[in-house]
Design a protein around this ligand. Structure first.
Ligand code: ADP
Ligand code: MG
Length: 513
């Protein structure tokens, strides 16, 4: 009995020991996993550091690259494209104008009735059309024929509805074209390259307005003239300036990112030898391609870039814009899941590029439920990671925060870089003076002129924390003395209406003096 008893006791003890060892082993492993996961996040945080000193280096680099890009073609990764827009709308424009807003996947046709004498936009009608997928890779003729046909149908419908055609002897059209274009004048320019999934090969090197105009003639729209061909940022600046004449720059932060600004005439004449009558010209920076050794790049950014269809291209954009932020987060989570067990066994979905979109990332980041229910749901439904502890959910929120914080602060540094270039950041004694349609070069105030930057794009308008981080960083970089003079203004739907406004401000028919 005693023996049996001893045997049983020993057996129970052995089982208990094994269980205990397993529990201890699991605890040690889980502690090790945690330590590793936290280490990865701390490492990320350090690599994404955007101290105000670091941001000031980015500000300086942006201003230097702007100079270099203006000074010579290919002098910088910033293309600094001259737009020939030397008259920004100011409210005096009058008449009926049309616009075509060609976007990434959609295009919109717009009709705007301008009242003149600052009475503003009396009316505008918009029709949204999608660009059939096959036309994005077809021929320029097919693409523009399709657009011209939609435009013709819209014009007919509108003019039937309003019976106003007699007012218009010659219809004028502004076109927003969000690809890099080498302008010949405000109304025409040559396509340099496609982006956003377009690749209509026979269009590169061709004049965009001419191609469109030919299709318009074919579709019986010969009486309509392309009066302005502009980048979407330039359209945004036009609307910003129409609403507030102190607007000197525009930034888009959506799927991609870009900026433009009003450059002083002397800076352009000096660098490009151009003869210009008026006060200044809008420059399309194509800033998504900005690069500087001061950018806090991480291994995740480097991998994302290397695996993209365009390595070494648009490095700034790949750290900032809606197309990429979610995927940077996915890459960090993937690494943690490979190097620790905190997300259980790695799901294959986590290895799928771009499976985590930026809107979902924003939802996780801004989840205000006490148990981070939305984080858990997205991890489960999108990334295939189930049963994540609250502690691990918090880590996810932390990762989203690091990536968005960095992106927003880099945009802020870019904006202050522009202000520095035009003497409105308070760092130089040269003030830009008031914008008033031509970027005056008066020199008073040491940067203390009211300065407005128009901002468009869903990342800024829909992602609250992104917007707050950006606004705070601009104020932080500028300091208390100068930040009250700089105003960031949401300018929604700027790109399309802006093209119509620019058609108007460059039209001989719209004077209202
Ligand atoms: P586009 O740049 O194509 O003209 P938008 O300005 O609307 O269009 O920007 C679209 C981008 O904004 C998308 O890439 C998307 O990732 C991002 N986005 C849209 N909504 C949100 C949101 N609520 N939170 C964060 N990002 C968003
Ligand atoms: Mg847009």
């Amino acid at each position: 009995m005693g023996k049996v008893g001893f045997g049983m006791t020993a057996g129970i003890a052995a089982v208990t020991c094994t269980v205990a060892a397993a529990v201890v082993g699991r605890r040690i492993r889980s502690r090790r996993d945690w330590r590793r996961a936290v280490e990865v996040v701390r490492e990320l945080e350090a690599a994404c550091g955007t101290s105000v000193n670091r941001l000031r280096q980015v500000v300086d680099a942006m201003a230097v690259e702007m100079h270099a890009g203006l000074a010579s073609e290919g002098g910088s990764k910033l293309k600094m494209l001259l737009t020939f827009v030397d008259k920004l709308p100011n409210g005096s424009e009058k008449g009926i104008f049309y616009a075509l807003d060609i976007g990434g996947t959609n295009f919109r046709v717009i009709r705007v009735h301008l009242g003149g004498r600052r009475s503003g936009i009396l009316r505008h009608n918009v029709e949204r059309n999608s660009i059939p997928q096959h036309l994005m890779t077809s021929t320029s003729e097919e693409l523009f024929d399709f657009i011209a046909m939609s435009l013709k149908q819209f014009v007919d419908r509108e003019e039937e509805k309003t019976s106003e055609p007699s007012l218009v002897s010659r219809r004028e059209l502004g076109v927003t074209f969000p690809f890099p274009v080498k302008q010949r004048c405000v109304s025409s320019g040559i396509l340099m390259k496609w982006t956003k999934g377009f690749s209509v090969a026979d269009m590169i090197g061709k004049d965009v307005s001419e191609s469109l105009q030919q299709s318009m003639i074919k579709k019986d729209l010969g009486s309509m003239r392309v009066a302005a061909l502009v980048n979407d940022t330039v359209g945004t600046l036009a609307v910003g300036h129409y609403n507030d004449e102190d607007t000197v720059a525009a930034v888009i932060i959506g799927t991609g990112t870009n900026a433009c600004y009003l450059e002083r005439a002397d800076a352009i004449i000096k660098s490009q030898g151009l003869l210009m009558a008026s006060g200044g010209m809008v420059v399309n920076m194509e800033w998504g391609d900005f690069w500087s050794s001061h950018l806090p790049r991480t291994r995740y950014d480097i991998d994302l870039d290397a695996e993209s269809p365009s390595p070494n291209d648009q490095v700034f954009e790949k750290m900032i814009s809606g197309m990429y932020l979610g995927d940077i987060v996915r890459r960090v989570v993937l690494r943690i899941s490979q190097e620790s067990g905190i997300f259980g066994s790695a799901s294959s979905r986590l290895s799928t590029p771009f499976i985590l979109g930026t809107p979902l990332m924003a939802t996780m980041h801004q989840d205000d439920t006490p148990d981070l229910r939305e984080v858990a749901a997205i991890l489960n439904d999108v990334l295939g990671i189930a049963d994540v502890s609250l502690k691990a959910r918090k880590l996810i929120v932390n990762i989203c925060d690091i990536i968005t914080h960095r992106a927003a602060r880099l945009v802020a540094a870019g904006i202050v870089g522009i202000l520095k270039k035009i003497g409105r950041d308070g760092s130089s004694g040269v003030a830009g003076g008031r914008a008033k349609g031509g970027g005056g070069a008066s020199s008073s105030g040491g940067g203390k002129s009211r300065t407005v930057v128009a901002i468009e794009g869903s990342l800024y308008t829909n992602y609250t924390l992104f917007r707050e981080y950006l606004n705070d960083a601009v104020a932080e970089i500028l300091g208390k003395e100068f930040s009250p003079f700089v105003i960031l203004k949401v300018t929604e739907d700027g790109s399309g209406i802006g093209a119509a406004l620019l058609a108007a401000s460059h039209s001989p028919n719209s004077a209202d003096m």
